[in-house]
Design a protein around this ligand. Structure first.
Ligand code: MGP
Length: 237
């Protein structure tokens, strides 16, 4: 579905390489891997390019989450929706009765909504402009036991690649302990999308006695893009 809407200020759709700022050009060249429907008018902000989950990875994550949790889990919360890569894939999976997409930057949320329209799933998603750490307790405290929280937080920018092993306790602006403590207060079923170099020892500390946490690397062209750690019902014994 091609859209003819004009992007609001701060939002762009680049059609040719000449329009693209140099720091984004590596991502723009991967645009069809990031959104297969990019040419149908996908919207992005400058910063959204750095953190968006490429479509094949988002699709695989959505399929893994669909089967990971029991049927009593009917609500999926995307705590940091960004430009919508993961949210769209969760909606396309058809697994969830309700999907909440939370994003605190209204311009980025406008991109996510628009991109979901491009993919024909915008009406299947509840869009929330706000901070995940206040919105989730406010809206989901009562239904937490039916919910899974997925979080693809900011990693402090592309410089995460400067470290051989990425220290999740200093990840900015939200550290692993802060993310885990905030979301697990609502539901034990939390999945976080983190740098491929994340310190696994820091993740392992959250395994309950006798349990192991599942960590899945998501790859494209034979190389890991990132990993997901699954907390909660999914824990392997
Ligand atoms: P990358 O390392 O910035 O780029 O991001 P590239 O070129 O795709 O990777 P490489 O294999 O060529 O080195 C890799 C993936 O990490 C992206 O596709 C995003 O899904 C994810 N990602 C990157 N950053 C900086 C963030 C971030 O801050 N937050 C989240 N949630 N994901 C990110």
């Amino acid at each position: 579905m091609a859209t003819s809407q004009e992007p609001p200020e701060g939002v762009h759709h680049y059609d040719s390489a000449e329009e693209v700022p140099w720091e984004i050009s590596k991502y723009w060249h991967q645009r069809h891997n990031i959104f297969s429907k990019y040419d149908d008018g996908v919207w992005m902000t400058h910063d959204a390019w750095f953190g968006v989950t490429p479509e094949p990875v988002a699709t695989r994550i959505a399929s893994d989450l669909a089967s990971a949790f029991p049927p009593t889990k009917t609500i999926l919360v995307d705590a940091f929706a960004g430009a919508g890569g993961n949210t769209i894939a969760f909606a396309l999976s058809g697994r969830w009765k309700q999907i909440f997409a939370i994003e605190k930057d209204p311009t980025v949320l406008a991109c996510a909504k628009h991109n979901a329209e491009v993919y024909g799933v915008a009406k299947r998603i509840f869009w929330i402009c706000g901070d995940a750490f206040t919105e989730i307790p406010k809206r989901l405290k009562q239904v937490g036991k039916s919910a899974v929280v997925f979080g693809s937080p900011p990693w402090g920018g592309p410089t995460y690649t400067d470290y051989e092993v990425f220290d999740l306790t200093v990840m900015g602006p939200y550290t692993l302990p802060f993310l885990y403590n905030s979301f697990s207060a609502i539901t034990p079923d939390v999945v976080l999308y983190l740098p491929r170099t994340s310190d696994l020892r820091q993740l392992a500390k959250y395994a309950k006695p006798g349990e192991r946490l599942q960590v899945t690397h998501y790859c494209m062209h034979g190389a890991s893009k990132a990993l997901c750690v699954f907390f909660g019902s999914f824990a392997a014994t």
